[in-house]
Each structure stands twice: as C-alpha cells, then as structure tokens.
Design a protein around this ligand. Structure first.
Ligand code: NDP
Length: 330
C-alpha cells in the first residue's frame, strides 16, 4: 500500500516537492490493534501547521514519515474487542491506504445512516467546530446577525446553516468567487454573500449588514477580522476558529487596527479549538441528524480520487479549490 510522507518542511506556501508518495510495509497486528483499509480521508487547513516544526496544539509531522489526519476505513483484521472485520471506523491515520490503528483511537461509524465522508465533515469534526463555535464561544442568540468568512468551505457552510437553524435573523457570508457566492445564497440559504476578491471587505460587509453584526465566526483573519470589528454591534462576539489568510505567511502580519472598537461595543473575542468541546458531540450528532433529515442542513463535498491526488487536494484547500468539505476517496 501507499502512503504520503512529509519530505521537507515548507517555508511559505507548500509545494508538491514537500511531499513524497511512498510504498509502506504493513506490520503484523499487536493485541488491541486493527488493520484498516482507508476509504476516505480528510485534508484540512490545520495540517499546514503540522508541516512546520513550530510547537502548536497538534504535534508536528515528522520529516520522512507518513502524515496523519481524519480517515474512515474498513476493518480488514481485528485484534480488539468490539471491532469486527467489515466495520467502518473513524480514526486519525489518514494519508495512507492501509493503517494499523490502536482500537482505543478508533470509533465504529454507521455508514447506513450517513456516507463515510459525512463522519469527516458535517457529522464529524467540521460540524462540531461550527456548532461549538456558534453556541459556546459566540453565545449565539435568537435574532443575532451573523457574519462568517470562508463561508463556502466546510466549517463556514455549516456555520451559516446552523446559525439559521439556531435562530439568527440574518446570516452573511464571504467567499472567494462568484460561484461560491451563488452557492451560499441559493443552495445554503444565506441572506447575503459577497466575494472578498471583489473589493474591500469592510465596505462589502457594511452594505450586506447595514445595521451591523452581532456575531463574527472567523475562519480567515486579516482584513476580514478588521472589517468584522468595524461592523460589530454593542455586545458583539467574535469566535476565532481559524485564520487561513496567514497560514503561509513567513512574517507575522499586523492585527486589526481598530481593536479600540471593542471598548465601546464591549465586544468579546475568543479563540477556540474543537478538541476542547467533544462533550458537545452527542448533543450535536442528535440535532444534526434531525436537521439533515428535514433538509435544514445540507452538506456539500468536493472529492478527489486516489492517494496520488491527496497532495493536490490538500494544496487545493489552501487555494480555495473546494466548495464544502474536501474529501479524498482512496
Ligand atoms: P475550508 O473547507 O474552509 O477550506 C479553506 C478555505 O479557505 C478555502 O476553500 C478558501 O476558500 C479559503 N481561503 C484560503 N485562503 C484564503 C484567504 N487568503 N482569504 C480568505 N479565504 C481563504 O476548510 P475548513 O472548513 O476545514 O477550515 C476552515 C477554517 O477553520 C480554517 O481556518 C481552519 O484552520 C479552521 N478550523 C479550526 C478548527 C478549530 O478547532 N479551531 C477546526 C477546524 C477548522 P475561498 O475560495 O473562499 O478563498
């Protein structure tokens, strides 16, 4: 089987040369382990951080070794109680066709209820990020006006739809193309959307939210964050989920120049990690299942096929080639 290894630590934008597609040996199983043939794997922006040596919340990938990340696959051999051959399991050893997984870090998922990819996206880490950020960090209230950046991406699309389901009066999204803007309004039910490539974010946000915003869900940082601070209403909340506009920067970028507005607005700004909020997973899974069933929530995915295209898919996410969750089918 094949796996993708980190070949070199990128400086600035990663390139295909920073990765190596290699053939791996599959070791014999020890007690408590599973051999899993991966069916789908996730490529996520946070993996850019793990390619660097800098200390962060997720350990750096080791140069010369396989990368990792969310994946769902089929158990081919099991030496662990509770896992049978043929079960689909969610685990953290993506970027390879076959994984030897400790059963303690695997969970059986029901692919009759939802496709395997949903457990990486809307029913998995992505959906929970949106839900925890809105409910717990942004304290979303009935009637709030919500702005989300990266809105046509995996987390952003979930944020917009969940905000509506949770009672937001108006949801505004920004994304990087006219087609994504159309998708937000026509397919996902956003009240307004704009392309940040069409002009200054602050101006476009003021036009889309003339009465200001109560919640900003930040996936992008930079100019978007400054614009959101500029439009924040009294008692507004900013949940900082990601700042993808700076992940490939080689120098720290200046922050918003208007943070003094947090004083007059009594505004709150808080970063968060989904990993701290798995206590909400059960509650979210139950509500999401209902919303998916009644059409309140839809999930769009962009697929790449074959491990030989995983690197392109990952680089594509950083460049905005995805609408919804980018998933690699193996
Ligand atoms: P997405 O599916 O949203 O893919 C990333 C998107 O970012 C691209 O599609 C692209 O869309 C957009 N983008 C790239 N560069 C820029 C830029 N310079 N300015 C504006 N938009 C840009 O990925 P995810 O949904 O997986 O992640 C979204 C964000 O959430 C990321 O910042 C990620 O790091 C963060 N995250 C944080 C978690 C946490 O626990 N805090 C957990 C999961 C994700 P476009 O065409 O619109 O530019």
């Amino acid at each position: 089987p094949r796996e993708v290894r980190l070949a070199a630590r990128p400086v600035g934008w990663p390139t295909p040369d920073d990765f190596e597609l290699a053939t791996s040996d599959v070791p014999a199983l020890a007690d408590g382990q599973l051999r899993v043939r991966n069916a789908v794997m996730s490529v996520d922006p946070y993996m850019r951080g793990r390619m660097s040596a800098a200390k962060s919340y997720a350990a750096p990938f080791a140069v010369g070794e396989a990368m990792g990340g969310g994946a769902v696959g089929v158990v081919e051999e099991s030496r662990a109680d509770g896992f049978a051959v043929g079960d689909h399991v969610l685990h953290a050893l993506g970027w390879r066709e076959v994984a030897v997984v400790d059963a303690t870090s695997a969970r059986v998922v029901d692919v009759d209820r939802a496709p395997a990819s949903a457990y990486l996206g809307i029913l998995g880490m992505t959906g929970l990020t949106a839900y925890a950020g809105l409910t717990r960090i942004a304290s979303l209230k009935e009637g709030d006006v919500v702005f989300v950046s990266g809105a046509a991406g995996a987390v952003g699309g979930a944020v917009g739809q969940l905000a509506k389901a949770l009672g937001a009066s108006r949801v505004i999204g920004s994304a990087g193309s006219a087609e994504k803007v159309r998708h937000l309004v026509e397919d996902l039910g956003f009240d307004a959307a704009f392309s940040y490539k069409d002009g200054p974010v602050a101006k476009q946000l003021r036009e889309a939210a003339p009465d200001g915003i109560d919640v900003y869900f930040d996936n992008v940082g930079g100019e978007h964050l400054e614009a959101a601070v500029g439009s924040l209403n009294l008692g507004g909340r900013i949940a900082v989920c990601g700042m993808i506009s700076v992940y490939n920067d080689t120098e720290p970028t200046p922050g918003p120049r208007n943070l003094a507005r947090l004083i007059q607005t009594r505004g709150l700004i808080q970063g968060f990690l989904v990993g701290d909020h798995y206590d909400l997973a059960g509650e979210y899974a139950e509500r999401a299942a209902g919303w998916l069933a009644d059409g309140t929530l839809t999930s769009r995915e962009t697929f790449a096929d074959g491990i030989e295209h995983a690197v392109d898919a990952f680089l594509g996410v950083l460049k905005g080639e995805n609408t919804g969750k980018m998933v690699v089918r193996l």
